[in-house]
Design a binder for this molecule. Structure first.
Ligand code: UGA
Length: 481
């Protein structure tokens, strides 16, 4: 089928490439001229595992092209809108890009088009879109509108698109629903050639859930808000664990074993970031407010999340006392691993707080350095984690990249000035870290301090709390796994 995708961000680009991969003839448009030029010359504007390979092969096969919005409108029988819906100052989603696309489609399209909203939008956007298209339409054109929210995660976008657990379609006409079923047929029955794994194990057929447009829109916002709530919940449990001397990893494991709860999204840390959860929770609160529903539960979710950065800074301060003049190595800038995206990344807020207290920062990220430089030009960027840690008073882990899990401890020990790891993602077993000669502070677990056998001087004696080395050593044995 000839399909158009408008907007080549993470969602649009993945949608276009994967629809081409499963056999459709796809035209993807991008309004950013530089980005479009990159795509037309085979240069990736973003990092997402497997995507480059799929784009390259589908372009070569003539299944995927890039160009202008006008060309996209002319091309597709079905048009997926995948433009950004960033937050406004009041928390509402900014729908101006969606409106602009609707206007362009109405002005230009000839004949019948199925217009599909894939961007995350507030409930009732589909009705607005339908109204807008019929008010502005030119003679001889007519439209169906559907909502088809996307549940892909950055970092595993291709996998999530091609092997989803559910495909949600909100359509108010049987014809629109049928067309979308046809588009997704190869995914519904998992009959396509998987570009990622030659013998793909994850071939479970997804549920094709058909609903009305409003419900489909709500499914998306409610799902993201629920997942955000799970994260804030476990982060509060982590705070409690720190006070009472329990281990949040074990608590989360125990909770997750209950099938009704599930273990996913129960990893505590420095809080959720990225271009989805923070803005979607905000937008969902606004939607509820405007509908007269008090969703203060989500306000708490947001507040808890906002306090995570200060919580981690506090941990660094507890260890180093005064931050002015201290050198902090920050490992990880992307809001999560396997992406180069730093939008609403906790690393940004953390680094700004540390800078405000007079610390100097040297940061390392395997993919996100270029994007971070545009937001944080004032810090030093390193080519590997050891260079970042050179002469550092603390290494703060912000993103759980696999590369950090296989750290060479000896190399790191000889690079740092003071052997302290403050781990915002609980990458390590406390005992393992102190055995390597580091003090280890993590989330929701007791801090573990290394004490050299031959010396009582390895820790500052005037640490807050005034703990004697013996007491500190006792800490190290608390909560070890
Ligand atoms: C999220 C949803 O998971 C997708 O289903 C959805 O399609 C997407 O938003 C979207 O709306 O477009 P994404 O933002 O890519 O996907 O990333 P997630 O893997 O959900 O992580 C979001 C944030 O939560 C990250 O900062 C991550 O570090 C944090 N997180 C996640 C935790 O702190 N703890 C966890 O247990 C899980």
């Amino acid at each position: 089928m000839r399909i158009s995708v408008i907007g080549a961000g993470y969602v649009g680009l993945t949608t276009a490439a994967c629809l081409a991969q499963i056999g459709h003839s796809v035209f993807c448009s991008e309004s950013d001229i530089d980005k479009l030029a990159k795509l037309q010359t085979g240069v990736m504007p973003l990092f997402e595992p497997h995507l480059e390979k799929i784009i390259e092969s589908t372009r070569k096969a003539g299944q995927l092209q890039f160009g202008s919005t006008e060309e996209a409108i002319d091309w597709g029988r079905a048009i997926f809108i995948c433009v950004g819906t960033p937050p406004l100052a009041n928390g509402d989603a900014d729908l101006s890009a969606i409106e602009a696309v609707a206007r362009a489609v109405a002005k230009r399209a000839k004949g019948h088009r199925l217009v599909i909203e894939k961007s995350t939008v507030p409930v009732q956007t589909g009705s607005q879109l339908r109204r807008h298209l019929s008010v502005h339409k030119n003679n001889g054109s007519n439209y169906d509108v559907a909502s088809n929210p996307e549940f892909l995660r950055e970092g595993s976008a291709v996998e999530d698109f091609l092997h989803p657990s559910r495909i949600v379609v909100g359509a108010d006409s049987p014809a629109a629903a049928e067309l979308l079923r046809e588009i997704y047929e190869p995914i519904i029955h998992q009959t396509f050639q998987c570009p990622v794994h030659s013998t793909c194990l994850n071939r479970k057929e997804p549920v094709f859930l058909l609903t009305d447009t409003n419900s489909a829109e709500l499914i998306k916002h409610a799902s993201n808000s629920f997942l955000a709530m799970k994260i804030s919940f476990i982060n509060m449990v982590a705070n409690l664990c720190e006070v009472v001397g329990a281990d949040v990893t074990k608590v989360a494991e125990g909770m997750g074993l209950d099938g009704r709860i599930g273990s996913a999204f129960l990893s505590p840390g420095i809080g959720f970031g990225g271009f989805c959860f923070p803005k979607d929770v905000q937008a969902f609160i606004r939607i509820a407010e405007k509908s007269g529903c008090d969703f203060s539960l989500l306000r708490e979710v947001e507040k808890i999340n906002q306090r995570r950065i200060e919580h981690l800074v506090e941990k660094v301060r507890n260890e180093l006392w005064v931050l002015r003049g201290k050198k902090i190595a920050v490992w990880g800038l992307a809001f999560k691993p396997d992406t180069d995206d730093v939008r609403f990344a906790p690393s940004i807020g953390l680094i700004r707080s540390l800078l405000a207290e007079g610390a100097t920062i040297s940061a390392y990220d395997p993919q996100a350095t270029e994007k971070a430089k545009a937001v944080l030009p004032e810090i030093t960027y390193s080519v590997d984690p050891y260079q970042a840690a050179q002469g550092a008073d603390a290494v703060v882990i912000v993103t759980e990249w696999d590369e950090f899990r296989s750290v060479n401890w000896e190399r790191l020990r000889s690079a740092v000035q003071h052997p302290l790891i403050v781990d915002g993602r609980n990458l390590f077993n406390s005992q393992e870290v102190i055995q390597k000669g580091f003090h280890y502070v993590s989330i929701g677990r007791s801090s573990a301090h290394f004490v050299r056998e031959d010396s009582f001087d390895s820790l500052p004696k005037d640490r807050p709390g005034g703990k004697a080395p013996e007491a500190v050593l006792q800490d190290a044995s608390v909560g070890l796994d």
